[in-house]
Design a protein around this ligand. Structure first.
Ligand code: ATP
Length: 330
């Protein structure tokens, strides 16, 4: 077993912890010519964490253990590997994190965030790798500089670095911190199989293209707007006000691809959820509870309904990617 101790001298190994996100609002604009959609979203970081340890090594490698590990790519497609390589390039460690010659990095990812679940697990690992390698290599980049590198890896990476609750514009990468009072109790219900984000967007476009008014005219897609009612409810800190205002434009598409999700959402409502929503592109369902105690009851009720693979009780908001341990490998 690897043993890590704190030292004041050079570090060989750094561990960062990074949260999953849920979207409290996800409004999707019309399909753009470049194939993307403009979004208005409200990200919220919750206490379900992946951990990423980076260790100085001859060659770059990645090991993934835990929830959904076998589904995660182990080569250059891994978002944590891409993040380490991008940081190495940006700081002049050219080729090193890409595994050429000595001075690579071994990346150990311990996953608790399910893969392809609408919880931004891959982006989270990229953010954790950026923070951890920044410390390991003593590159001294600011959070703003890491955010700029992260945005090129994936549009959810800036939020995984920031954490808390934030409004995301553009593809979700242009962030503004949201004012939120108190802490919110959530139950997350994981689906049996993942959903591919591009597939869910494509299904959303198809469903929208098929919409017709009563007299048979196509229904246009309007530009997304931030919900001022949701922002006011978040400032009030009252989960009963927040619950009914949760919205997700991708939910109909996710439900069309996994119809069982309807029963999961229904089970959450029947067991006292103040709000029940598919998170991001799904298939995770997020249920907002009145209190920690009602979240525990809700978790038991949803588990008993047998409509999902696993259930966890989490809270938010929590901070973004941060170093939790740094030291020499003994
Ligand atoms: P989002 O909510 O950001 O759209 P998601 O939560 O639905 O994404 P992820 O868990 O980020 O989905 O995984 C999406 C895909 O990214 C996976 O199918 C996997 O192939 C790839 N991937 C690359 N690196 C990672 C990683 N470190 N962890 C998880 N998935 C990764």
């Amino acid at each position: 077993m690897t043993h890590v101790t704190h030292v004041d001298g050079p570090t060989d190994s750094v561990t960062a912890r990074v949260p999953a996100k849920v979207n409290l609002q996800l409004s999707v604009g019309p399909l753009r010519e470049d194939g993307y959609h403009d979004l208005v979203t409200v990200f919220h970081a919750v206490s379900l964490f992946d951990e990423v340890t980076v260790t100085s090594a001859e060659r770059t490698s990645v090991i993934v253990t835990g929830e959904g590990g076998p589904a995660v790519p182990l080569g250059p497609a891994n978002l944590a590997v891409r993040a380490a390589a991008a940081l190495a390039r940006a700081t002049g460690r050219r080729g090193k994190a890409a595994g050429q010659g000595a001075g690579g990095v071994r990346i150990d990812i311990r996953k608790r965030i399910p893969v392809a679940a609408g919880l931004a697990g891959g982006s989270a690992d990229a953010a954790a790798a950026l923070v951890a390698c920044n410390e390991l290599w003593q590159t001294g980049l600011s959070v703003a500089e890491l955010t700029e590198i992260g945005a090129r890896i994936g549009s959810d990476v800036p939020f995984s670095l920031a954490g808390g609750t934030a409004v995301g514009l553009g593809r979700g990468e242009r962030l503004t911190t949201a004012l939120v009072s108190g802490s919110y109790q959530w139950v997350l219900a994981f689906g049996a199989a993942g959903l591919s984000t591009p597939d869910v967007y494509a299904a959303c476009d198809r469903l929208r293209a098929a919409r017709r008014t009563k007299d048979g005219q196509p229904v246009g897609v309007t530009e997304p707007q931030l919900s001022t009612a949701l922002m006011a409810a978040l400032r009030s800190g009252d989960p009963a006000a927040v619950g009914p205002l949760l919205t997700n434009d991708l939910q109909p598409a996710a439900l069309s691809m996994q119809p069982l999700l309807r029963r999961a959402l229904q089970a959450g409502r029947e067991h006292g959820a103040l709000g029940a929503i598919v998170s991001g592109s799904g298939p995770t369902c997020a249920f907002l509870a009145r209190s920690a105690e009602s979240a525990r009851e809700l978790a038991v009720g949803v588990t008993g309904a047998g409509v999902c693979r696993a259930v966890v009780h989490v809270s938010g908001p929590v901070p973004g990617a941060s170093v939790v341990q740094s030291g020499a490998v003994a």
